[in-house]
Write a protein that binds this ligand. Structure first.
Ligand SMILES: NC(=O)c1ccc[n+]([C@@H]2O[C@H](COP(=O)([O-])OP(=O)(O)OC[C@H]3O[C@@H](n4cnc5c(N)ncnc54)[C@H](OP(=O)(O)O)[C@@H]3O)[C@@H](O)[C@H]2O)c1
Length: 835
């Protein structure tokens, strides 16, 4: 069972978590009962909700066995369904529900007049909004067209579900979505009785199915206690369809409503289904960029031209053709040039060439003045069969994702990344998914379509339970970059806290690195044997020699890869050489470490990645790509039963060779994003927690909730952080109501427009540069104020996002002062075209 096999289940969420509805378990129980001549569920007690995420597939087991009095005992269990070859170990089953099946002849009488005489109509316009405010998020497949009446403790409801949204109806006695929707009418009453606490069904007693129905049911719900009710469902002729003698609700498990996380700085990237779309943009023109013969391009052509009366979108093999005969289209779909490498050995080269090709396209796109009002939608589609080739494809496409994320940060509203499966529903849903999501503020940057359901990436506190992290003290742990700042802190930690007795620390400088001899003697005093080796890890032969040197007496048991180098450049100046300089020590070395150690039975394979890959840090497209590759490699290894954990670190307090280059403007940017530098002790605590958690990819980043909230308020919160900002005390996956942009001024501020605009500009400069606004010189050319091109990019983006002003980069860097810019803006207002 998964969201791929049953996409409509994504429309059943409780506080942002997709749960298999209890009515689906009832359907299963009734179905299995029918094979054992039992037509009644005497009792079904729900123990653990079945949670589904985008990637998980759940194996489901329903077992029945006779009881002494001739009835049947039923148990419903689930466990993660994984490919056998990948997970040789036995994974235990979780018991989700159990109960008893019996036989009964009872049949409710036919329903009389409808609506029942004396019942008062209840307004239903805001039913689903109100339910969502209480934590019950129902998407279209579960939202019935409802009419509700009330009479004393009885609630009558008529519910019609749209045909088609819920899959092949005939397969069910009564479709679980319709059955669930038939019970919605009492949820608000029950919530009101329990002070707004989320309640979920706990047990069902006396459940019988009587006859089939179409897509409309009439329900009589009787509230029998503070959190108990009885229900009879009828078809529109009044014939009974199903009945439940008693439903008991109980508070939702705390893990659902308030995730119990190990540390507030430990997160996981989740893909959440999203129904509350952004604002649909005005009609758009479409085109496809790519090879005319590509099947995907041809499918896209028909998809984007359906329904809006326009001729089929053209396929252009080259960028310049997009605007050769007139204005460029608004939206240009570009299938990513990412092929599955033929074998594992080809992966580093394939990553490199994919990134080069995409970089060249992004640069050409940005360089063209004809495309400034167009958006490029980079479309990733995995190979049609899910096998090893797909896994290899994913490594390349994930690296590309990192680069594209930086392009999105540097140039907001120019690029969207969408990935799409091969389901026809997904292709059909693509145009609307794009046009609605680019309208939110700030727009979504990424989306994923699976069986027509849209998912967006959101960071969520990790709720994984830590196990016991251990490593054989007699084995050897290799730390690449072991003489660097985080590498040496970890070496100390492993020697003292994990009693690791054999450490090999590698960097190009080896013992010549600053502090390396002192580190070595400190570790030796702690009882460890330490080898500090000078080795350029980008040289595979040298790395292979190093790996081969580990003795059988102290075999290699752990690898922690922290080595990295930076070569920052904004996207428009990034060269293939810059890409290689960063990819080689980080991504290619990680890959070679994987290849060279995969048969060694390691306990740990930890990769130091960076949150830069997740956020798309400006000026670091190469670094973002390398880090996302590491995250993907961890996933790749884990799906092959090999240990792996990639930690996407936020900023550490202790300065290193990498972070020592950060300018005040960089620190100010991190702070504005809500990223708080973490102490070494905090970072190492996170390391401990992360290696004890059974997850391949974790984000280890200290975030300031107050800053996240205020960014949500000003509309500058990164979309991936939206799930961490709570509205009504609950996390939200879609933009919070207050996340609309502050109202943009449409008129010149009075009484002194230039002065006021100067103040706003000085404030924005100060924020970007990390200095108070009154220290920003207003009459000195901006390019002499110590701004680099990255800070100017950011300033331009902020002014555009917050005020709607589009200042050209060339003007800001071309000798203009703040005063000049203020008067430029005044002129724009006077022309009546402020945005
Ligand atoms: N510090 C942070 O706030 C932070 C935040 C997020 C992620 N990270 C990640 O954490 C890791 C460690 O960062 P750090 O801050 O500790 O940086 P660092 O002090 O500069 O350490 C990097 C290490 O990598 C080594 N190295 C670079 N290229 C190499 C090569 N070709 N062969 C062998 N060794 C090489 C460097 O030594 P040589 O120059 O002598 O070779 C150095 O020892 C990095 O992967 C970084 O991306 C750090």
């Amino acid at each position: 069972l998964s969201l791929h096999t049953h996409p409509w289940l994504a429309d059943h969420q409780v506080d942002g978590t997709v749960l298999v509805p209890a009515t689906a378990l009832i359907e299963l129980a009734l179905h299995v009962g029918s094979h054992a001549d039992c037509n009644q569920i005497d009792e079904l007690v729900l123990q653990t909700p079945i949670v589904l995420t985008q990637d998980d597939t759940v194996a489901l087991q329903v077992a029945i066995e006779p009881t002494q009095n001739g009835n049947r005992h039923i148990t419903i269990r689930t466990r993660p369904a994984l490919r056998e070859r990948n997970h040789p170990k036995e994974i235990s089953w979780t018991e989700n529900a159990q109960g008893t099946l019996t036989t009964s002849g009872a049949h409710p009488p036919v329903l009389g007049a409808w609506p029942p005489a004396g019942a008062t109509p209840v307004p239903t316009t805001n039913l689903y909004r109100d339910l969502a405010n209480h934590g019950y998020h129902y998407g279209p497949a579960f939202q019935g067209r409802n009419s509700i009446w009330r009479q004393g403790n009885t609630v009558y409801a008529e519910v019609t579900l749209p045909h088609g949204d819920t899959g092949p109806d005939a397969a069910f006695r009564i479709h679980p979505a319709l059955f669930d929707a038939a019970l919605h009418a009492i949820l608000l009453d029950i919530s009101a009785n329990t002070g707004g606490e989320i309640r979920l069904p706990f047990s069902f007693t006396g459940v019988r199915f009587h006859s089939t129905c179409g897509n409309t049911v009439r329900t009589m719900l009787t509230i029998t206690g503070e959190h108990t009710a009885a229900a009879i469902l009828y078809d529109p002729t009044g014939k009974a369809v199903a009945s439940i003698d008693a439903i008991v609700l109980r508070p939702a498990p705390t893990t659902l409503v308030a995730p119990q996380h190990t540390d507030d700085s430990l997160f996981e990237l989740t893909w959440v289904p999203e129904h509350t779309n952004g604002v649909a943009t005005s009609p758009q023109t479409w085109a496809i960029l790519g090879d005319r013969t590509s099947p995907l391009a041809q499918c896209l052509q028909t998809t984007v031209s359906v329904g809006n009366g326009t001729p089929p979108a053209a396929i252009y093999p080259e960028l310049s053709a997009l605007f050769a005969d007139g204005p460029a289209p608004h939206l240009v779909l570009y299938p990513l040039p990412c092929q599955a490498p033929p074998d594992e050995g080809a992966i580093p080269d394939a990553v490199r060439s994919t990134l080069r090709e995409i970089l060249a396209l992004l640069q050409d796109w940005l360089a063209s003045a004809h495309l400034t009002n167009s958006r490029l939608i980079l479309l990733a589609q995995p190979p049609p069969t899910a096998d090893d080739a797909t896994d290899r494809w994913e490594l390349c496409s994930e690296a590309a994702r990192g680069l594209i994320r930086t392009a999105q940060t540097e140039h907001p509203d120019r690029f969207l990344l969408a990935d799409i499966d091969h389901a026809p529903d997904s292709l059909a849903a693509l145009p609307a998914a794009i046009t609605t999501r680019i309208g939110s503020a700030p727009g979504e940057r990424e989306l994923s379509l699976r069986h027509g359901v849209v998912f967006v990436p959101r960071l969520a506190p990790s709720t994984s339970r830590p196990g016991q992290a251990s490593i054989d003290p007699d084995g050897t742990v290799l730390i690449t970059g072991g003489t660097g700042t985080l590498g040496s802190a970890l070496a100390r930690h492993l020697a003292t806290q994990y009693q690791v007795r054999h450490l090999v620390l590698v960097s190009r400088s080896g013992l010549a690195a600053s502090g390396a001899p002192e580190l070595q003697s400190e570790l030796q005093q702690a009882g460890a044997t330490v080898t500090v080796t000078a080795c350029d890890l980008t040289n595979r032969a040298e790395l292979a020699e190093l790996i081969a040197s580990f003795t059988t007496e102290h075999p290699l048991t752990g690898v922690v890869h922290t080595a990295a180098a930076l070569e920052d450049a904004t996207l428009t100046t990034l060269t293939p050489g810059h890409l290689d300089q960063v990819l080689e020590p980080k991504a290619s070395t990680a890959w070679h470490l994987h290849e060279l150690t995969r048969h060694m039975g390691l306990s740990w394979f930890v990769l130091y990645s960076s949150a830069a890959g997740l956020f798309g840090t400006p000026g670091q497209g190469n670094y973002a790509a390398a880090n996302v590759f590491l995250d993907a490699l961890a996933h790749y290894r884990r799906s092959r039963g090999l240990p792996a954990c990639s930690l996407a670190w936020g900023q550490w307090q202790q300065t290193s060779a990498l972070t020592g280059r950060l300018t005040d403007a960089d620190h100010a940017r991190l702070q504005r994003m809500g990223i708080v530098p973490m102490s070494t002790a905090h970072g190492l605590r996170l390391f401990d927690a992360a290696v004890a958690i059974d997850r391949p990819r974790l984000v280890t980043c200290h975030l300031d909730p107050a800053i996240l909230r205020s960014s949500a308020h000003t509309g500058t919160l990164h979309p991936v952080l939206r799930g961490l900002v709570r509205t009504n005390g609950r996390p939200t996956s879609s933009p919070a109501p207050q996340q609309s942009l502050p109202e943009r001024p449409t008129r010149l501020p009075k009484p002194d427009p230039i002065r006021t605009l100067e103040d706003i500009l000085a404030q924005a400069f100060g924020e970007v540069l990390g200095v108070p606004a009154d220290r920003v010189d207003r009459v000195r050319p901006v390019n002499m104020l110590g701004v680099n091109s990255l800070a100017v990019l950011e300033l331009r983006n902020r002014l555009r996002l917050l005020h709607g002003w589009k200042l050209p980069m060339s003007r800001i860097l071309g000798g203009a002062t703040i005063r000049d810019l203020a008067s430029d803006i005044t002129a724009v207002y006077e022309d009546g075209a402020s945005t």
